[in-house]
Write a protein that binds this ligand. Structure first.
Ligand code: DX5
Ligand code: ZN
Length: 220
């Protein structure tokens, strides 16, 4: 039995008029990372957080900042997020840019790097990058909004990635994002996920601390 997985609350579902309070709360409750969803209204049909928000909340927390770039030009903007306190930059496989180059550029700054795949993108598309990555982020909803339902048919992607990563001894964590609650998290962990992103399940709960701890204490 193990429960070594990490919890990354997504501030997309937090109270934007008092981010300090919500970040403090999840940090004290035992969050491992803080998941920050950046959307440009182009790659996804929504606009959210920019580098200035990362800069504003960076001094408020010691948490590891996991910045999920749902934007068309990550190669143009990633550095602004690093300058402002990101610890991990995750960009999407579906964007058109020199991805190997982008991975190398991010690593040269001593920042962790990940690639995310949307539900319709297959794992094959990122296999060549796996040995270089710190994180692979499997979207378990269509990116763009919090509070959507988990897509069960993403589970085989997690199992497949687990097998490849273990067989090759790659140093890459599997992160899942979208519709994560205790039930869906358990399924993801059984398939081999390492990091659980959770927005609504934590922040929209009556007791976010208990909700976070329930996710954290799942044992597989
Ligand atoms: C969706 C974002 C998610 C979102 C998850 O595009 O990438 O990180 O905040 O929210 P929940 O956990 O509510 O599905
Ligand atoms: Zn996200």
């Amino acid at each position: 039995m193990k429960n070594k997985h990490l919890i990354a609350p997504s501030i997309l579902s937090a109270n934007f008029s008092n981010l300090q309070k919500d970040i403090d709360m999840v940090e004290k409750a035992g969050a491992d990372w803080l998941h920050i969803d950046v959307m440009d209204g182009h790659f996804v049909p929504n606009i959210t957080i920019g580098p200035l928000v990362v800069k504003a909340v960076r001094p408020l927390s010691k948490l590891f900042f996991d910045v999920h770039l749902m934007i068309t030009n990550p190669e143009k903007y990633w550095h602004n997020f690093v300058k402002n306190g990101a610890n991990l930059i995750v960009f999407h496989e579906e964007v058109l840019c020199d991805k190997k180059r982008l991975i190398q550029d991010i690593k040269e700054e001593n920042i962790k790097v990940g690639i995310s795949i949307k539900p319709k993108t297959s794992v094959e598309e990122i296999l060549e990058f796996l040995p270089l990555l710190d994180v692979v982020l499997v979207m378990t909803v269509e990116p763009g909004f919090g509070g959507q339902s988990f897509m069960e048919d993403m589970l085989p992607k997690i199992s497949y990635l687990r097998k490849i990563i273990d067989n090759n001894n790659y140093n890459c964590l599997i992160e899942v994002d979208g519709g994560i609650n205790v039930e869906t998290a358990t399924k993801c962990l059984e398939c081999g996920a390492d990091v659980l992103v959770s927005g609504n399940t934590i922040f929209a709960s009556k007791d976010p601390v208990i909700a976070l701890q329930n996710l954290k204490s799942i044992k597989i």
